[in-house]
Ligand binder design. Structure first.
Ligand code: PLP
Length: 390
């Protein structure tokens, strides 16, 4: 008999009743050190007092009104995002997938408003992940996600990951956009070198193609900049944000320049819940905390410490581990074993991690993890790896 919850997930045999900072706690009080943070979501840890206060304060006032009316909290959060990024305008969603859907619609509408409605081809890279909607799976192009769901939304062309020669050969003045994650998350914590991101921006400028960056996983301080593309000194035309921006409350956003957004006039897009007062209140508090030089400097300092310890861990387990990659606190351990086996060994040591493609274990801790918690995490990973060394 089919379970009452549609069985689309491979769930671990674990359930958590509450959380405190970096700890997720089961009903019997067992504490797990959470380096997954709900897959890069809980940027300020579990039950962060500032976020609990922001949410409960708003919950006492008004929960939901719809976008039929002005939502002052939403406007405040949009102001903060615009002040801290390349963007001129923001649309709020409930998830990363919805932001990706809007990105695709915005690209098409842009070229339609430019009098080139046939200009729909979006270039992407293998290993991409933008969500599970019909548009987002078409964008990823991966058979694992698309098999059985055809016919797919047309207009995507997937190129080998990071292959700049293939990109130069594929792009033309008929290309609508290039869409990519500056650091692939699900694809295995694969950063694109800054020089490649710069080249991509140049190719977009030369051809008129829009640059769409998916910072759903890499954004909101995770790499030590508010957004990962800032490391390369470039800016996109359109950017998807989600996960960390809500700190655990379902919230996403699509940021764009005025030029890229020019086709999106009244009536062209909408969402019942997107940017509702609860989400906007939490997102605003997250931005106020994360988008400060002091907070981001700490992320970078802790990332350096964590990375150093992980390099030593890799050296100590040459049969199980191969290397460290990533940027800031978006870290990957390249494994010689199946990453899912290391995740399981971690459960036995009461530490939570997330597998990814390309034989990679993802470490995506809350950004306010302490030095002691980093040391504890590495000690537990050491024991987990030792379980597999033989
Ligand atoms: C880079 C990226 N884009 C989009 C998504 C989809 O976001 P959501 O699951 O919130 O719809 C994810 C989720 O893992 C992601 O990592």
């Amino acid at each position: 008999m089919i379970p009452h919850v549609l069985p689309t997930y491979n769930r671990a045999d674990l359930a958590f009743e509450k959380g405190e900072g970096v700890w997720a706690i089961t009903a019997d009080g067992t504490r797990y050190l959470d380096l997954g943070a709900g897959i890069a979501v809980n940027v300020l840890g579990h039950a962060n007092p500032d976020l609990v206060a922001a949410l409960t304060d708003q919950a006492q006032k008004i929960w939901h009104v719809s976008n039929l009316y002005h939502i002052p909290g939403q406007e405040k959060l949009a102001d903060l995002l615009v002040a801290n990024t390349f963007a001129d305008t923001v649309f709020f969603t409930n998830s990363g997938t919805e932001a990706a859907e809007l990105a695709i619609k915005m690209v098409r509408k842009y070229w339609d408003s430019e009098g080139q409605p046939e200009r729909i081809e979006i270039l992407t890279f293998e290993g991409a992940f933008h969500g599970r909607s019909t548009g987002a799976i078409a964008a990823s192009g991966s058979e694992k996600m698309t098999k059985g769901f055809g016919p797919l939304l047309p207009g995507f062309r997937s190129l080998p990951w990071g292959d700049m020669e293939a990109l130069k050969a594929a792009i033309s003045d008929k290309t609508a956009a290039i869409m990519l994650e500056p650091i692939q998350g699900e694809g295995g914590i694969r950063p694109l070198p800054d020089a490649d991101l710069k080249l991509i921006r140049e190719l977009c400028d030369q051809t008129g193609a829009l640059l769409v960056l998916d910072e759903v996983q890499a954004g909101m301080g995770r790499t030590g900049k508010l957004f990962a593309h800032e490391w390369a000194g470039i800016s996109p035309d359109i950017m998807m944000v989600a996960k960390g921006i809500g700190g655990g409350f379902p919230l996403g956003a699509l940021l764009a320049t005025e030029k890229a957004a020019k086709g999106m006039v009244a009536g062209t897009h909408g969402s019942t819940y997107g940017g509702n007062p609860l989400g906007a209140a939490v997102g605003t508090r997250v931005m106020e905390i994360v988008a400060t030089p002091e907070f981001l400097a700490e992320v970078n300092r802790k990332a350096g410490l964590f990375r150093q310890k992980l390099e030593a861990l890799v050296a100590a387990h040459p049969n199980t581990l191969e290397g460290v990659r990533g940027q800031g606190l978006m870290l990957g351990l390249k494994t010689k074993v199946a990453p899912a086996d290391l995740v399981k060994a971690g459960y036995a040591e009461h530490i939570l991690t997330v597998p990814a493609a390309d034989n990679t274990l993802r470490l995506l801790p809350p950004l306010n993890i302490t030095d002691d918690e980093i040391a504890e995490a590495v000690a537990r990973l050491d024991k987990a790896a030792a379980r597999l060394d033989g």
